[in-house]
Ligand binder design. Structure first.
Ligand code: SF4
Length: 479
C-alpha cells in the first residue's frame, strides 16, 4: 500500500474538570479528525476507575460505541483522547491509543503525537532487561521507562518517574497522560508538535493538538504548553506548570502550517489561515505566471491559492472538486490506475478549465505520482496550458519527528534533477516557494525556531540520535 501524501500521525484532546466532559472531548477530538483517521480512543475516570474505549475507525463511530454507564456517570473528572494513523500492516486496534497500564497500584494512560527518534535503541535496551511489549508503538516505551524508574526508586511518584523517563527519550512528543487523580500535558524540549491549553467558564480545562478543538468545544484559548514543560492538573483541578527540560532551541514543524493543521487553528502562535494566504501571496511575487485562472488543489491548497490570486490579480476558480466521501489518504488496493484513483478523489470541472491557461496551486509534492496523474487529467479535458506553483520548497528528506513521509529515495525531488521536475510532471511551468519565502510568512517566532529538515536536511537533533525509521517493528506513533 502506498500513500500519495505525507501523513500526520496523531491528534490529542484532553479535559480536566468542568461539566459535560464526554461531550467536550468528543467535539474536540472530532475537530482533530484530519490528524488521524484510522483509530480513535478515549480514557476516562468513571466513578473512580480509569477505563479506556478505543478501536479502529473514525471518531464518531468510536464514540457511538462508548459504554452506556460512561454516558450515565455523573462523576467524570477528566479524560484524554487520541486519533491516529497506522502504517501498512500494523494492527490498528492493538496500537490504538490511549494506552493504559497498571503502574504503582493504579491505572495510567498515555496518548502521544510525534515520534521518538531513539525508539529503536530504547526498545532494544528494555527488551534486553526482559520487558515484554504489548504494542509496536514507541509510545509504550515511555510507560515502561516510567515503570522502571518507579521500581528503581521504590516509591510511587508517577510524575517524577515520567520526568526521568522523558530524560531518556529523544525526538518529538506532545503527550497527554492520565491517572486516577491527574491529567498531565507534556511537550518535548524542541516543541515539534503543537499543544494548546484552553479553559471553560465552569472552571474546566482542555488541552488539544490544535486550537480548533478548543474553539469547537467552547473553550477559551489560554496558551501553548511550552517546549520542555509539563502541565499538571491534580485532584482539585488546579493547573501547575513544571519545566522538566531546558529547550536547546525551538524546532516547530513548519509543515503543520503548510499542510497538516486546519486553517481555523492557531499553531505556534500564528493563524494557519493567515500563514497559508501569506505563502500564496509570496509565491505570486516569487513566481508570477501568465495564466487565465488560478485553481487550488483542494483542500489544503485553498488558502495559498486565495493569496496567490489576490496578489497576482488573476481570477480564482474552483476548477477541481473533491469527493468528500473519500478519505484524505484513501487508497483502494482494487484500483490500480493512479489516474482513476486521482479522479475518484478530485474531479476537474470541464466548463471551468477547457481551453484555459490554468495555474494549479499545490501545498506540496511528495512522490509526484498524484500530481502527474492530475495534470494528465487536465490535459485530457482540453486545458490549454497547465502550470503549477507549490506553496513550500521541494521535499528532499525524510521526517523523524512525527510525520510519515515516504522514504527519501521515493521523494520526487530526490529522484529527479530540479531542471527535469517540470517535464516529469508534464507541466508547462513549475515553481516552488523558496524556504526563505516560506519562513517569512510565520510571524510569532523567528525563522530559526522552525524545523525545515524535510526541505533542507538540517535536523534539529544530532544525527546520531536519529535512528533508521524503516526498521520493521515500529508502527506509526513510532518511527
Ligand atoms: S522534518 Fe519536516 S515534517 Fe518533520 S518536523 Fe521537520 S518540518 Fe515537520
Amino acid at each position: 500500500m502506498t500513500f500519495p501524501k505525507a501523513r500526520e500521525h496523531c491528534g490529542l484532546c484532553g479535559v480536566s474538570g468542568g461539566e459535560s466532559i464526554l461531550e467536550r472531548v468528543h467535539l474536540g477530538l472530532h475537530s482533530l479528525q484530519h490528524r488521524g483517521q484510522e483509530a480513535a480512543g478515549i480514557m476516562v475516570n468513571v466513578d473512580g476507575r480509569c477505563r479506556v474505549h478505543k478501536s479502529a475507525g473514525l471518531v464518531d463511530a468510536v464514540f457511538r460505541a462508548i459504554p452506556l454507564d460512561w454516558r450515565q456517570c455523573r462523576n467524570l473528572p477528566r479524560a484524554i483522547s487520541h486519533v491516529r494513523y497506522s502504517t501498512a500492516g500494523g494492527s490498528k486496534e492493538n496500537n490504538a491509543q490511549p494506552l493504559m497500564v497498571e503502574m504503582a497500584g493504579q491505572r495510567v494512560g498515555i496518548a502521544h503525537n510525534g515520534t521518538l527518534c531513539n525508539a529503536l535503541s530504547v526498545r532494544r535496551k528494555l527488551q534486553h532487561e526482559g520487558v515484554i511489549f504489548q504494542t509496536t508503538t514507541d509510545t509504550e516505551l515511555i510507560l515502561h521507562l516510567m515503570a522502571r524508574s518507579l521500581t528503581k526508586r521504590h516509591h510511587g511518584d508517577l510524575w517524577e518517574a515520567l520526568e526521568e523517563a522523558l530524560g531518556e527519550v529523544r525526538g518529538a512528543f506532545s503527550l497527554l497522560l492520565m491517572s486516577h487523580d491527574y491529567l498531565v500535558a507534556v511537550r518535548d524540549p524542541f516543541g515539534f508538535r503543537p499543544l494548546s491549553i484552553g479553559d471553560f467558564d465552569d472552571g474546566g480545562y482542555m488541552v488539544a493538538s490544535e486550537t480548533i478543538a478548543l474553539q469547537v468545544a467552547g473553550a477559551r484559548y489560554l496558551r501553548e504548553v511550552a517546549p520542555g514543560e509539563m502541565v499538571i492538573w491534580g485532584p482539585n483541578n488546579t493547573m501547575v506548570s513544571h519545566r522538566f527540560a531546558e529547550s536547546p532551541r525551538r524546532a516547530h514543524c513548519i509543515f503543520e502550517h503548510v499542510y497538516f493543521a486546519r486553517p481555523g487553528s492557531f499553531v505556534f502562535g500564528d493563524s494557519v489561515y493567515e500563514v497559508r494566504k501569506a505563502m500564496g501571496r509570496r509565491l505570486a511575487r516569487e513566481a508570477p505566471v501568465d495564466a487565465d485562472v488560478i485553481v487550488p488543489v483542494p483542500d489544503s491548497g485553498m488558502y495559498a491559492a486565495l493569496g496567490y490570486a489576490e496578489e497576482s490579480g488573476i481570477p480564482l476558480d474552483m476548477g477541481l472538486t473533491r469527493n468528500h466521501y473519500v478519505g484524505r489518504t484513501f487508497i483502494d488496493p482494487g484500483i490500480t490506475s493512479r489516474r482513476k484513483m486521482v479522479m475518484r478523489k478530485l474531479q476537474p470541472i470541464v466548463e471551468a478549465l477547457r481551453g484555459k491557461r490554468v495555474c494549479l496551486i499545490e501545498d506540496s509534492i511528495v512522490r509526484g505520482s498524484t500530481s502527474r496523474a492530475r495534470v494528465q487529467t487536465l490535459r485530457d479535458i482540453g486545458t490549454k496550458e497547465v502550470h503549477m506553483r507549490v506553496s513550500c520548497p521541494p521535499h528532499r528528506f525524510g521526517c523523524f519527528f512525527g510525520i510519515d513521509f515516504p522514504r527519501r529515495e521515493e521523494l520526487l525531488a530526490n529522484k529527479v534533477p530540479p531542471d527535469q521536475l517540470c517535464r516529469t510532471l508534464r507541466l508547462d511551468s513549475l515553481v516552488y516557494l523558496s524556504q526563505e519565502g516560506m519562513l517569512s510568512c510565520v510571524k510569532a517566532f523567528k525563522p530559526e525556531d522552525y524545523c525545515c529538515a524535510c526541505f533542507d536536511g538540517n535536523y534539529p537533533t544530532p544525527p546520531e540520535l536519529v535512528e533508521n525509521p524503516t526498521l520493521p517493528f515500529f508502527d506509526a506513533g513510532g518511527p
